[in-house]
Design a protein around this ligand. Structure first.
Ligand SMILES: [Zn+2]
Length: 175
């Protein structure tokens, strides 16, 4: 017979372990913790961290069952810097590296489309953004602010995503 209490115990303990990791990431940066949990929960296939980061948070991300990689990029002046990407499936990191490793940072339509696919943005919002970045939409700003994509007007996918982003945002705020 399955001991229900024991199962609950295990789930509780896992949650507490994750909570401790989220708290540690939050001490580095709120947004890093938020991205980490969104990605771990599969809401975003891949996330990118553009600020410098040391080894400790990278270890925490790996302990959260995420693949982590540093990607060398260039800016137009030729200066190089490292981005950190993390995701649950190695495939998404490979696709990112294939497109962007050692390449200059740019905002081309191709870049926006590839990033949109990898970062879990609705395709309608991505194509709309390519045509007209930051076009007005009907979503309240407090909802737009917790998203990483700019919603398209009348979006049929964003309303389904918002409760999931809100749930993760609340967890990270609360730990
Ligand atoms: Zn949309």
């Amino acid at each position: 017979m399955i001991d229900q209490d024991k199962l609950v115990d295990v789930a509780e303990r896992c949650d507490r372990e994750i909570e401790a990791k989220i708290r540690a990431l939050k001490a580095v940066d709120f947004e890093l913790a938020y991205l980490a949990l969104l990605t771990r929960e599969g809401i975003k296939p891949l996330s990118r961290w553009e600020k410098p980061i040391d080894d400790r948070p990278l270890t925490i991300l790996r302990q959260m069952d995420l693949h982590v990689e540093r990607i060398r990029r260039k800016v137009r002046s030729g200066k190089v810097f490292d981005e950190t990407i993390f995701g649950r499936a190695a495939m998404h990191l490979e696709i990112y590296a294939e497109h962007f490793r050692d390449r200059p940072v740019d905002k081309s339509a191709e870049t926006v489309r590839v990033e949109g696919f990898l970062f879990g943005y609705p395709p309608c919002c991505v194509s709309h953004y390519v045509r007209q970045p930051y076009a007005p939409h009907e979503f309240p700003m407090h909802q737009q602010e917790i998203l990483f994509h700019w919603s398209c007007r009348g979006c049929e996918i964003t309303p389904s995503l918002i409760p999931h982003y809100e749930r993760i945002h609340r967890i990270v705020c609360g730990v």
